[in-house]
Write a protein that binds this ligand. Structure first.
Ligand SMILES: *Cc1c(COP(=O)(O)O)cnc(C)c1O
Length: 396
């Protein structure tokens, strides 16, 4: 079946797991006239954003910002902490742990991977064993992706921290919270995370283009010894600037947007935000579990305790192309789904359920996927939307 471009009527249902839907009030807030970042009218806006972001990261550490997507915050975390040839231990979770590893390798670091099945994620004991084997304490840091957006798995980062403690290893802990912050419980200080890596366009419901890192006192100390070349991302350079961040011009409109994002999250309450994400995630999973009958698509993540509350990756039945299904939902129903990344291309599609989202938005997406499966002749058991509604009614 061909999917002719549709007349763009009705709302684009955006169900990618990042970027995410931007609430109108945030869109409007970012439409702010140019202002000097030292202007006394802007400074309090910035300070409010820094304080609010720290409370969401649950840290008293320092926050640095970068004009860039999440990748900029990844790069900043590496160039500010390490020296050429330093060893890192990366916990394999999926495409994003591989990508972060590749970046570290390209920057001249030595990466050892704690290998794991992408459908289950690693056993923290394997992290402990890898650290215990490092008698000389050459490993400088453990890098872990809290929520692996390519597979729909949440890694229990607190158990990675416990494994590091059990091994009595002094490595720093770097955690990517790009697709968990503001959607899934994340506790930088409680879990003694040294650098938390975040971005604006997922749980914070903002436009893409603002990266940030929460940084512990221990990480700032390690920064003092780090010799990788850096300039735009250099924390020392930033600390000398009035905003204690940004080497270049600060993107002031983003902070008007962030102020509104933090207001929305505060108004709903962080715990209620997490509960909403968990409820909507259960509805999506109920639909997928129903569809999996008749040799239909299945949840990619096989560990029920690690299923992500911000994104669900769905594995297509053998011989059926996820890209054809995505083209059908977009072309016929104006519903945008996430595709499979790296080795999962064509095999997986992803439903993002994070950010500014409610029940009818989720049900609309699920109904469109179910219709597209019927139209494309993809095997499945019908009734996924009913299963999702039942789940939502049960937890209303
Ligand atoms: C989206 C994402 C990234 C990359 O962020 P960009 O903003 O696309 O650069 C990194 N890690 C995870 C877990 C993500 O979900």
């Amino acid at each position: 079946m061909t999917n002719k471009p549709i007349a763009p009527r009705g709302r684009l249902f955006f169900a990618n797991p990042g970027p995410t839907n931007i609430p109108d009030s945030i869109l409007l807030a970012t439409a702010h006239a140019t202002i000097d970042s030292n202007d006394p009218r802007f400074v309090p806006v910035y300070e409010e954003c820094v304080a609010g972001l720290k409370s969401i990261l649950r840290t008293t550490g320092h926050v640095f910002f970068y004009t860039g997507s999440g990748h900029s915050a990844w790069e900043a975390s590496l160039v500010n902490l390490f020296s050429p040839g330093d060893r890192l231990l990366v916990v394999e979770t999926g495409h994003f742990s591989e990508d972060w590893s590749q970046m570290a390798t390209d920057l001249g670091l030595q990466v050892t991977t704690v290998a794991a099945d992408w459908r289950r994620g690693c056993d923290p004991d394997a992290v402990r064993a890898a650290l215990e084997a490092d008698h000389a304490h050459e490993i400088r840091a453990v890098c872990a992706v809290h929520n692996e957006t390519s597979t729909g798995m949440t890694l229990p980062v607190e158990r990675i921290r416990a494994a590091m403690d059990a091994a009595r290893h002094p490595a720093l802990l770097l955690a990517d919270t790009i697709s968990s912050l503001g959607s899934i419980d994340f506790r930088m200080d409680d879990w003694r995370i040294d650098v938390a890596v975040g971005g604006s366009q997922k749980g914070l419901m903002m436009p893409t283009g603002l990266g940030f890192t929460g940084v512990s006192a221990r990480a700032l100390e390690a920064h003092g010894r780090a010799r990788l070349p850096r300039h735009y991302f250099d924390w020392s350079r930033m600390l000398k600037r009035p905003m204690r961040s940004f080497v270049g011009t600060a993107p002031t409109p983003m902070f008007y947007g962030m102020k509104e994002s933090l207001r929305l999250i505060g108004e709903e309450g962080l715990d209620a935000v997490f509960a909403r994400h968990a409820r909507l995630a259960r509805a999506v999973r109920a639909a997928v579990r129903q569809w999996s009958g008749n040799s239909g698509p299945q949840l990619f993540c096989l560990d029920p305790a690690r299923l992500s509350d911000s994104v669900t990756a769905v594995l297509m039945p053998e011989g059926h192309d996820a890209e054809r299904l995505r083209a059908a939902t977009l072309g016929r129903f104006n519903v945008s789904l996430g595709g499979g990344l790296a080795r999962l291309a064509g095999r997986v599609f992803r439903i993002g359920h994070l950010g500014d989202l409610n029940e009818p938005m989720v049900l609309g997406t699920l109904a469109s996927v179910e219709m597209a499966m019927k139209l494309e002749g993809i095997p499945h058991a019908p009734g996924g939307v009913d299963a999702a509604m039942a789940e939502l009614v049960a937890s209303a």
